[in-house]
Design a binder for this molecule. Structure first.
Ligand code: 4NP
Length: 163
């Protein structure tokens, strides 16, 4: 059976989208679906390619029992839009860039959306960029990501059950 492929996208791929990758990957594992769902992340920008997630993001995630230590930043490509089923943006800027890439590509099949569309409590809101703010931003990022991940998991479980 083909995997369901999920790509989280932010600007730098060192704060928000690796946090989403780590949190969602853990929820997928706990649901027993690690073999059925592939989870990755990428950035629209290229500044941090090859870097581990921001120390503050790693510490905030670790406090919630999620490790981001193995993740490394990469930039999103047109090929991603042909491979991944779900491409989920953290904010409106990321979403606009992904939609522009999708328009320019002939073989993009991904469903591109805002990650918080899957959230109960934060639906339609951005996951705010915590990079230049105070450390509290990382807690808020995690609150949104945990909630949206639960909704996304239900969506994917429904899809898997219909196969
Ligand atoms: P991210 O945060 O998009 O959540 O990874 C950022 C990281 C780095 C920069 C901006 C946002 N930066 O400008 O270097």
């Amino acid at each position: 059976m083909n995997k369901i492929n999920v790509l989280f996208v932010c600007l730098g791929n060192i704060c928000r989208s690796p946090t989403a990758q780590g949190v969602f990957r853990e929820q997928v594992r706990q649901a027993g679906l690690a073999d059925a769902v592939q989870v990755e992340s990428a950035g629209t920008g290229d500044w941090h390619i090859g870097r581990a997630p921001d120390e503050r993001a790693q510490a905030a995630a670790a406090a919630r029992h999620v490790s981001l230590a193995d993740l490394r930043a990469r930039q999103v490509t047109a090929a991603d839009l042909a491979h991944f089923d779900y491409v989920l943006a953290m904010d409106a800027d990321n979403l606009a860039e992904l939609e522009r890439m999708k328009t320019e590509s002939n073989d993009a099949t991904a469903s591109v959306a805002l990650f918080s569309d899957y959230s109960e409590r934060f639906r339609g809101l951005p996951v705010p960029d915590p990079y230049f703010g105070s450390g509290h931003g990382f807690e808020h990022v995690l609150d949104i990501i945990e909630d949206a991940s639960r909704g996304l998991l239900i969506d994917i479980e429904t899809r898997l059950a219909a196969r």
